[in-house]
Design a protein around this ligand. Structure first.
Ligand code: 1GP
Length: 241
């Protein structure tokens, strides 16, 4: 299945908003897949993102295989590391951490991943990943040893997104960090949306339907939610189809 990107584009043209459920293999046990995905399948969620900052080898692969048995939604790897790449999934966010200046996360890990990727059928989705300061240090900051962009520096955020688009990235991801105290502001989302033509992903710290709708109304095409579902599966009840 290599139509994930074109399906995203088609949804956007049809004014449909997309919701990705983020699963961190480090915090999610295989035994919970059946009950969790019963809720996912009855909800407006359209995609499954899977990945985390600190995941042991092979854990992702086992979990993806199990998830694929329980949902038809595309499973997209959102890798914290090369070791999380598995061809059991449908696609891979080929992330460049363009808010940071660590060459490993701008090109190093990408080169390291090629011998693995060449042996998979994963749809590769080049994605600009912009970490924005959100009130506390995030796992992404810690692991990548990079600084987020200050949330008040909207010019730098929009210029970074535009530069990513000019470099050929096909998706742009504004990240406040998992469990962020404050989600990305409406103003940042709207300004970035205004600047770029590629689909815009927004995630980090979105915990309720009001914040979700506000991200959509500001211009997010895909919203990513992880922690709120981990902490309270009944959140899915608010998001029934
Ligand atoms: C993190 O954007 C995602 O990478 C989702 O964040 O866990 O805060 O929903 P939350």
């Amino acid at each position: 299945m290599n139509s994930i990107y074109s399906d995203i584009q088609r949804s956007i043209l049809n004014n449909e908003k997309l919701l990705a459920v983020l699963i961190d293999p480090d915090k999610f046990s295989v035994e919970n897949v059946t009950s969790f995905f019963k809720k996912v399948n009855q909800s407006i969620a359209t995609h499954i993102f899977i990945g985390g900052s600190t995941v042991e080898d092979k854990v992702t692969e086992v979990l993806v295989s199990e998830i694929k048995k329980h949902t038809k939604r595309p499973v997209i790897i959102f890798p914290g590391d090369v070791s999380q790449i598995t061809d059991k999934a449908d696609a891979l966010l080929f992330l460049s951490l363009i808010s940071g200046r660590n060459p490993e996360y701008l090109i190093g890990k990408h080169i390291e991943s090629i011998p693995i990727l060449k042996n998979t059928n994963l749809e590769v989705l080049p994605t600009g990943y912009i970490l924005i300061e959100s009130g506390k240090q995030t796992a992404v900051e810690r692991v990548t040893k990079t600084q987020p962009i200050d949330r008040s520096n909207i010019q730098k955020i929009t210029d970074t997104a535009k530069a990513g688009e000019f470099l050929g990235m096909k998706l742009m991801y504004l990240e406040a960090g998992s469990g962020a105290l404050n989600p990305i502001t409406n103003k940042i989302i709207a300004k970035v949306k205004d600047e770029i033509q590629i689909p815009l992903i927004v995630g980090g710290g979105i915990k309720n339907i009001v914040q979700l709708e506000s991200a959509y109304n500001s211009g997010a095409d895909i919203v990513v939610i992880g922690t709120a579902f981990e902490q309270c599966e009944s959140f899915f009840d608010d998001l029934k189809k």
